[in-house]
Write a protein that binds this ligand. Sequence first.
Ligand code: ZN
Ligand code: ZN
Length: 117
Amino acid sequence: MEFGSGGRDAGDRARRQLQAAGRAAAYLGGGFLLLSAASSVAVRSLRSLSDANQRKFAAPCGACEGKGTYACRLCRGSSTIEWSPLHDPVFVNPCLCPTCDGTRVQRCLNCLGKGYA
Ligand SMILES: [Zn+2]
Ligand SMILES: [Zn+2]
């Protein structure tokens, strides 16, 4: 009867199983990474697809006629506003329009600049 050899075998087997489990975990981890990368790509392509569908089938925005922007309502397209601190017509200062920052257009609030609702 040799007790020692049997014990050593069991230990070897346990070590081998541990190594196999480690390899499996590494494999699964890699697979998970691959899967998450693939799913994020799929989500991105799905999102762009639905965006294209929306663009194709959605009615153009009525507020901006599908342009996504309209002439600034505050400065009425002049890019500056006449601002007078004293309500005195002599001291009227032309100021850069705070709504459009001088771009003369503002983003459509109805469609958020997308041009379709
Ligand atoms: Zn403006
Ligand atoms: Zn719009």
